[in-house]
Ligand binder design. Structure first.
Ligand SMILES: O=C(O)CCC(=O)C(=O)O
Length: 286
């Protein structure tokens, strides 16, 4: 599974994050996603993630216009065939989902047979107001999800969050308690928050939980109403950024080495050292 002789243990697999910027033409967005997913798989990736809102521009004005039913819409059909044709686990970034009167920011997860194996609705909606810089209220258009989302692969269990979900350490902590070894966040951090917060959050969630963290971001589209920071990355359980790109379209990929993860956890045993008599992370289900 590893193509760097002497550098990787056999207990590893390749994870790729696709960085693409979406325009207004949905069919074209899907086509471009399919060609980069195929390239990542050809380069050896077994698990691939697309970014948040990869099939439509990102913005409250677009969610209704581009919303589809899951799994009946054209984006889901296209994601299923990308997973099946390339025999990979595919984290389908996110798409605006229509369900009854509600809209969600939804990540679908596909197995190598093209079956839908999970679905995450963004739990923390991006509602911020920074005078003179950014005013964004996702909750004007969207309803938040209320569920944790993990899925199993032959390699390990993986936990899923969308963008702003990464800012909440408790969600990542619950995923780690559930046995996830990788967290993946399709995201679209802004030009205001991205430069200071994106890498900091990726590395913090990785170190807090001694876990791999993958961030799949859109490429920057300078003419868009919401301009994304980009910088898709993979961070290891030590907190080291294994790979990070700039703002342009591309693919980042890294080996997820599960033996290295165990080494880090044994060497600095946070899990055993937690003072559960003083604090704990508690999962609440609805
Ligand atoms: O920029 C951020 O801090 C989060 C952005 C976000 O949640 C999004 O773009 O969906």
């Amino acid at each position: 599974m590893c193509d760097q002789p002497g550098k990787c243990s056999s207990n590893s697999f390749k994870f790729a994050a696709i960085q693409i910027g979406a325009g207004t033409d949905k069919a074209l967005n899907l086509q471009r996603a399919a060609s980069l997913v195929a390239k990542a798989a050809k380069d050896g990736a077994k698990v691939v993630s697309l970014p948040e809102c990869f099939n439509s521009p990102y913005g409250t004005e677009y969610f209704k216009l581009y919303a589809e039913k899951v799994p009946d819409g054209e984006s889901c059909r296209s994601l299923a065939s990308m997973a099946r044709q390339n025999q990979i686990y595919l984290i389908g970034g996110s798409i605006p989902e229509a369900d009854g009167d509600n809209l969600y920011n939804t990540c679908t997860i596909w197995g190598p047979t093209g079956d839908l194996i999970g679905k995450h609705r963004k739990v923390h909606l991006f509602d911020v107001s920074i005078p003179g810089k950014i005013h964004f209220q996702e909750s004007e258009a969207l309803t938040p999800g209320c569920s944790y989302t993990t899925f199993d692969t032959p390699f390990c269990k993986i936990g899923v969050g969308i963008c702003y979900d990464i800012c909440f350490a408790e969600l990542a902590g619950v995923y780690a308690q559930k046995g996830c070894k990788v967290l993946v966040y399709p995201g679209a951090f802004s030009m205001i928050t991205g430069p200071t917060h994106w890498e900091l959050h990726l590395r913090s969630r990785a170190v807090d939980n001694q876990i791999y963290v993958v961030g799949a971001a859109p490429a920057r589209v300078a003419t868009a109403s919401y301009v994304a920071w980009g910088h898709s990355s993979v961070v290891d359980p030590w907190g080291t950024v294994l790979t990070e790109t700039d703002e342009k379209e591309g693919i980042v990929q890294a080996d997820i080495d599960l033996d290295f993860l165990e080494d880090v956890r044994n060497q600095i045993p946070f899990i055993k050292q937690k003072r559960l008599d003083m604090y704990e992370t508690v999962e609440k289900t609805q």
